[in-house]
Design a protein around this ligand. Structure first.
Ligand code: HEM
Length: 454
């Protein structure tokens, strides 16, 4: 790589020299934080294997091995039963947590809502949500941009998929979702040990309350929509499920998918925007260029389907942010039948964990892997890479159904914010990635805002 125009190395969790024993995953920071405590070696080898409480877990890091699991032999790798059990109380058997025909039917049902034309129609809603957030800002204010990003993506998802239902936005919903996600991370050990999912800690009880809130709210939203159908994602999904499944299943799946799309559709996107703002706040000169690009793009026309072409630099910045901070740092599969991944024999029932967090920073795949270098995403550099070495949205048949939606939303909202405002770091504050399901900055991201003139 020739000397890049912009290069910044954000701090990352310490990497011990030797292998980290499995039991460390159940105590201290490593039990709360999926990206904490990985050894140096994990970022250098193509594959490793460990046994976690009697379960054999493979971690393929070579993109060719990842491709085998996610694409070439995807039918043999399903969502693990343990993961389904963990997710059952919040998102049931919705699209994200089902397999086989049940998955295929649901994917077909929602596909049209995420097709290019459907996403193009949402640009005004992205712009409205961005502007609504900015209305509360003032020059010199310190604002938690993690919280603002979450409130904004919640508003977008509520507008875009649920007819703007006010029950899906607001501080109470935000608190409950965060607790529910933490609860899922915390219940991991119980599920691995085969124990019933009874919350044992204060965090577990908060998580349980969060899950109940999520289910009750989404059930109420679905029931109301049955009474008064509209012309939106939820109404279309309810009638398609009714046409395909017996009444009781259709009702359960409607709530499962409402919860799935509500949570998966806003939490990840909010995190990607937050990390992008963090990285730009640390690099004033790059932020100036991104801001100038955004002002020019929005002056030419409001956000619409051609926006991505008008924001090449912001796009590269966003892609590089999701490389260093993949909003979903890991996802799992379980082998249905015996197989091989490269030279490694896989037995039916083995787990395969896919780790964007490690793959995206792997020494054999990336030059200067821990450095933020948006130039990596220039067309010529991009062409030399394996398609499974950059997988923030997964890949193969289970690739994120909201990829296009999320990209359009993030580019639009960030363009509005960066065009009008400058974001500076809070002096002396460390920003650390943390989370078991999604990757957030621990304690939020307070930034100092100032309005740009003109
Ligand atoms: C930056 C934003 C996003 C990221 C990084 C992201 C990431 C991912 C990843 C990694 C997967 C695959 C998980 C696996 O294979 O086990 C996935 C699946 C999924 N995502 Fe996203 N996602 C984002 C935004 C969205 C949005 C906006 C929506 C909906 C509006 C959404 C809905 C879903 C659903 C329903 C699935 C399951 C798809 C299936 O299994 O067929 N995601 N996402």
């Amino acid at each position: 790589m020739t000397a890049p125009m912009f290069r910044y190395v954000p701090p990352h969790p310490p990497r011990p020299d030797g292998p980290v024993p499995v039991w460390r995953g159940f105590v201290g920071e490593r039990a709360r934080n999926a990206v904490f405590g990985w050894s140096k070696r994990a970022f250098e080898i193509p594959h490793f294997e460990r046994t976690v409480l009697g379960h054999r877990v493979h971690i393929p890091l070579d993109p060719a091995l990842v491709q085998h699991v996610m694409l070439d032999n995807a039918a043999n790798y399903q969502k693990p039963d343990l993961v389904k059990k963990l997710l059952m109380p919040s998102i049931g058997r919705g699209l994200l947590s089902s397999d086989g025909n049940l998955w295929r039917d649901q994917r077909r049902i929602v596909a049209a809502s995420f097709a290019p034309a459907a996403v193009d129609a949402l640009f005004p809603s992205f712009a409205r949500a961005a502007e609504q957030a900015m209305a509360g800002w003032g020059s010199g204010c310190t604002i938690d941009m993690a919280e603002v990003s979450t409130a904004t993506t919640m508003r977008v998802i509520s507008d875009a998929l649920f007819g703007g239902d006010p029950r899906l936005t607001g501080a109470e919903a935000m608190g409950h979702i965060a607790a529910a996600l933490e609860g899922v991370g915390g219940a991991r050990l119980q599920v691995l040990l085969g124990l019933p999912l009874i919350p044992l800690t204060a965090k577990g009880r908060r998580g349980r309350r969060g899950q109940l809130y999520l289910r009750e709210t989404l059930s109420a939203v679905v029931n109301d929509r049955r009474q008064r159908p509209g012309d939106d994602f939820l109404s279309h999904m309810i009638s398609a499920l009714d046409a395909r499944f017996p009444a009781e299943d259709a009702q359960a799946l409607a709530v499962d998918n409402a919860a799935t799309f509500y949570v998966a559709g806003h939490e990840t996107t909010a995190n990607a925007m937050t990390w992008t703002l963090f990285l730009l706040s640390e690099q004033a000169a790059l932020q100036e260029q991104v801001s100038a690009e955004a002002r020019e793009a929005l002056a030419a026309a409001p956000a619409d389907s051609s926006l991505a072409e008008r924001l090449p630099l912001l796009r590269r910045v966003l892609e590089e942010s999701m490389r260093l901070y993949p909003p979903v740092p890991r996802f799992d599969r379980q082998a249905v039948a015996d197989d091989r991944i490269g030279d490694h024999p896989i037995r039916a029932g083995d787990f395969v964990s896919i780790w964007p967090w490690i793959i995206h920073r792997h020494r054999s795949l990336w030059e200067d892997p821990d450095a933020f270098i948006p130039d990596r995403w220039r067309e010529d550099a991009r062409a030399t890479r394996h398609r499974f070495q950059y997988i923030p949205f997964g890949g193969g048949p289970r690739v994120c159904v909201g990829l296009r939606f999320a990209t359009a939303e993030m580019l639009s909202v960030l363009a509005y914010w960066l065009a009008g405002w400058r974001f500076a770091p809070l002096p002396g504050r460390d920003v650390r990635p943390s989370g078991m399901v999604t990757l957030r900055p621990a304690g939020g991201l307070p930034l100092i805002l100032s309005r740009r003139s003109g």
